[in-house]
Design a protein around this ligand. Structure first.
Ligand code: AMP
Length: 218
């Protein structure tokens, strides 16, 4: 099963993506994680992406399409994948469809994460992530230790207020039209498209995971 997580920054795609990948035994691909690793390693891709990411802007579509292509071709992805934040523009949605078709696969489900903007801003301003395994935490300050791997929690540069505003704008202007793109091609529209599943992404994290699994029939 190939599942795409779509929704604004701070909606919980990373947290839920991790849990769904565990429960469904699928590989998770998060373009944000791939790019942050490239920045840490100082590769050419990382050096090129860093300025966009620090400002909260989207990195160019060609970069994302390259990451998608490489990641999806890996044998561990053949059973299916959870794609977290991988599609944020209409050309990326078209590109993903092409890449999957070349591999003889298709997107089965699009999970549409829904959270009020005020709640998103408050979540992002209290978020830290592990500098090693990238696990996100809410309410644990920078400098604390990651429960999962013992790494150090840090604040993401793009969780600062200016970058958050830019990311929200990028979501409204560039990613919200992607929801409409999938809606027009959804299952039942005669195009063999993916099933759209809305996710009310507020409340206890466990409950959200269980609700999503139920909606997926698992
Ligand atoms: P995330 O960890 O998903 O919030 O992504 C962090 C940053 O990485 C974003 O603000 C963008 O700068 C960049 N990024 C991640 N995924 C994409 C994508 N699919 N398209 C464009 N930029 C992306």
């Amino acid at each position: 099963m190939n599942i795409l997580l779509l929704g604004p920054p701070g909606a919980g795609k990373g947290t839920q993506g991790e849990r769904l990948a565990d429960r469904l035994g699928l590989r998770k691909i998060a373009t944000g994680d791939v790019l942050r690793a490239a920045v840490r390693e100082g590769t050419e891709q990382g050096r090129n992406a860093k300025a966009y990411m620090d400002r909260g802007e989207l990195v160019p579509d060609e970069v994302i399409l390259g990451i998608m292509k490489e990641a999806l071709a890996e044998p561990e992805c053949a059973r299916g994948v959870i794609l977290d934040g991988v599609v944020r523009t209409v050309p990326q949605a078209e590109g993903l469809q092409r890449v999957l078709a070349e591999l003889g696969r298709k997107l089965d489900v699009v999970l549409l994460f829904d959270v009020e903007e005020d709640e998103l801003v408050s979540r992002l301003s209290s978020r830290t992530i592990c500098d090693s395994c990238q696990t996100p935490y809410s309410g644990l300050p920078p400098g604390e230790t990651c429960e999962k791997c013992g790494g150090t929690l840090v604040r993401r540069k793009d969780d600062e207020p200016n970058a958050v505003r830019t990311r929200m704008r990028a979501y409204r202007d560039q990613t919200a039209p992607v929801v409409e793109w999938y809606r027009q091609r959804a299952e039942g529209s005669g195009t063999n498209g993916a099933r759209l599943v809305p996710v009310k992404a507020t409340g206890p994290v466990d409950e959200i995971t269980e609700r999503v699994l139920r909606d997926l029939g698992r």
